[in-house]
Design a protein. Structure first.
Length: 268
């Protein structure tokens, strides 16, 4: 989703999803209360904030002045789940949504116009939610890509079956110039864009599991300097710790959205 197209100087980014198609291009949190969300993530991850072009319900999260993620306080307004969602760049949001539905997935929201582009919130056939964005990418997108503050993993029933599904949606490993490549690392599927690992797909999720951390889902990871400090801060500010090790912790924010903090520099 495009949250912010205009730089402080008023210049606009010209990079579009036509040049980075099929790759993760942004992560977004839908929340209920913008102020509470800002306070939680400022305390846990040290983020700062700037306004977004889409309006008063949207913010860009910054870490050290660089963009990290978008916040959309529209969960109640648009009757959407409180959740972190990765977005993938596509040449056509309408075509991507059609491909998803043709292959047994669902379209939850959209495609809708969010000038200067179009977005859709979708789910794969195992129920994992993701988004697509068609259009210009936000100002400083190259900074976001190069600094890699966020990383995504799909926990799914069958990694290889999921790779086929997403490959057909996003033209992965096709003969199209610039497409994402797919490699295999044991029982994991690894997605690369321009030579960089940008996502991993893991098997083992259970569709009917009562625990949402075990059901198929895209998990958003943020690189941090101190995993333990983030976990304690989450607990102090109304969140919870679902699992924790020295290098990684799965957290839930005060609104119920799940995310992971991973030690900076840990190999992807």
């Amino acid at each position: 989703m495009n949250h912010d197209m205009t730089s402080p100087s008023g210049a606009k980014s010209r990079l579009s999803t036509h040049s980075v198609f099929g790759a993760p291009c942004w992560v977004t949190l839908t929340s209920r209360d913008l102020k509470a969300t800002e306070e939680f993530y400022s305390a846990v991850l040290g983020w700062q904030w700037r306004p977004a072009r889409l309006g008063d319900h949207f913010r860009i999260a910054l870490a050290g002045g660089a963009p990290v993620a978008g916040i959309a306080a529209v969960a109640a307004m648009w009757q959407m789940a409180v959740a972190w969602t990765p977005y993938f760049a596509v040449a056509s949001a309408d075509e991507a949504a059609s491909r998803v539905q043709e292959r047994g997935g669902t379209a939850a929201v959209g495609p809708i116009s969010l000038p200067p582009g179009r977005a859709a919130l979708l789910a794969d056939r195992d129920g994992a939610t993701f988004g697509v964005w068609e259009g210009e990418l936000f100002t400083d997108w190259e900074t976001w890509r190069n600094s890699r503050p966020a990383f995504i993993r799909l926990h799914t029933r069958d990694a290889f079956d999921a790779a086929i599904f997403y490959g057909q949606i996003f033209d992965w490993a096709s003969d199209r110039p610039g497409c994402c490549e797919v490699e295999y690392d044991g029982d994991e599927v690894v997605l690369l864009s321009q030579g960089d690992v940008v996502a991993r797909i893991l098997s083992g999720a259970l569709e009917a599991a009562p625990d949402p951390t075990i059901r198929p889902h895209w998990q958003v990871h943020f690189a941090v300097d101190d995993v333990t400090a983030c976990a304690r801060a989450a607990e102090l500010h109304g969140g919870s710790v679902l699992s924790e090790s020295r290098d990684e912790a799965v957290l839930r924010d005060a609104d119920g959205a799940q995310f992971t903090v991973t030690a900076r520099g840990l190999g992807r």
